[in-house]
Design a protein around this ligand. Structure first.
Ligand code: KG4
Ligand code: ZN
Length: 335
């Protein structure tokens, strides 16, 4: 089966073609094209929704045909079209949904609605031999959730951030440190050169028997630290700030994952989303998994950030589950 997938939920326009060996449930990503808008949004220090929608509208057909060309197929060969319909920026989602609707209608193909977070988690099926049920952590610029993945299509969010997402926390502190949007990856590099015990920051794990996070206190503490030092004309070691912040985030994330594993009894953990690219988090989770005898799946870097290959993979399972969109499919910012 060949699935063409479209993703436009935030600041990346993406299209991919995946070949699925139905018998063995193996995925071959024939093409995965990503047009990033980061350079445009970096001018404003963050994503400007209206600019994102316009840039998606301009890029969608070019990217889609590039994906078909690279996969050496035409629309005739495609069996179904998958599209991200939620969650994300409403205007950005709408451009992708309307484009995919038009394409599906014009070519008489089934249209599969895919949830972006489910897509991030599905990225792990491409390279890892895992299958639900398992526990997943979805961590990106817009989301931080602990999810009970009961089956390929049945998910329950059992823990979440009560305010900022972890990626947002990295990006906002990076911005105060003069690092252009999105600063997550640069914070990762800086943290490798710093002392993680240099500064004590508050945990982002909400105290008590819950599976929630709160990154706003940590974000404010780090920003206050930077402002205070600036006011007092004290030198700031950016590497130490990044390393101490990252250590606090990794420890906080693991605290709640440990509790979630205890509550669910699962022995498989999947890490998903843009922040899954963080090398310190990857290492921390690897050690955590080893200590607790867990199977850990984290996608390779190219499948961590937003892409359409992951939407094709989740699209396959939605399709198998009979989830076909009607012509009234709408985008949903927060399902
Ligand atoms: O999943 P994603 O591409 O988009 C959303 O769905 O939000 O995630 C983007 C987020 C940004 O906040 C970015 O700074 C963060 O992922 N990110 C990282 C790293 N690479 C990307 N955060 C920490 N360390 C990284 N290496
Ligand atoms: Zn994402």
């Amino acid at each position: 089966m060949l699935i063409l997938a479209i993703e436009s939920s935030c600041d990346e326009t993406a299209a991919a073609v995946a070949f699925i060996d139905d018998l063995n449930e193996k995925f071959e990503i024939r093409s995965s094209i990503i047009a990033s808008q980061i350079d445009i949004h970096a001018l404003y220090g963050g994503v400007v929704p209206e600019i994102a929608s316009r840039a998606h509208a301009e890029a969608l057909s070019k990217i889609t045909y590039e994906a078909l060309e690279k996969a050496e197929v035409t629309m005739k060969d495609i069996d179904a079209i998958a599209v991200t319909y939620a969650p994300g920026l409403i205007g950005a989602l709408l451009t992708g949904v309307n484009f995919a609707k038009g394409l599906a209608f014009a070519n008489n193909k089934p249209l599969i609605p895919v949830n972006h977070i489910k897509g991030h988690i599905a990225a792990s099926y491409v390279e890892n031999n895992i299958r639900p049920p398992f526990l997943a952590l979805a961590a990106s610029g817009g989301h931080t959730s602990i999810i009970n993945v009961r089956s390929y299509t049945d998910f329950e969010t059992i823990g979440r951030t009560r305010d900022d997402a972890v990626g947002e926390c990295f990006d906002k502190i990076a911005r105060v440190m003069g690092i252009p949007y999105p600063g997550g990856a640069e914070m990762d590099r800086l943290a490798s050169k710093g002392n993680k015990k240099a500064i004590k920051f508050p945990s982002a794990a909400v105290s008590g028997d819950n599976l929630d996070y709160s990154f706003s206190g940590l974000k404010t503490a780090a920003i206050n630290y930077l402002h205070n030092a600036e006011q007092k004309n004290e030198p700031i070691c950016r590497e130490d700030v990044a390393a101490s912040l990252t250590k606090t985030i990794v420890d906080s994330v693991i605290t709640k994952l440990e509790l979630a594993i205890e509550k669910t009894g699962y022995d498989t953990l999947v890490m998903a989303g843009g922040v899954a690219a963080n090398s310190h988090l990857r290492q921390g989770l690897k050690e955590f998994a080893e200590r607790n005898n867990l199977t850990l799946a984290i996608p390779s870097l190219k499948f961590c950030g937003d892409n359409a290959a992951m939407i094709a993979v989740q699209g396959y399972y939605e399709f198998k589950n009979g989830n076909i969109a009607k012509t009234d499919l709408n985008a949903v910012a927060r399902p």
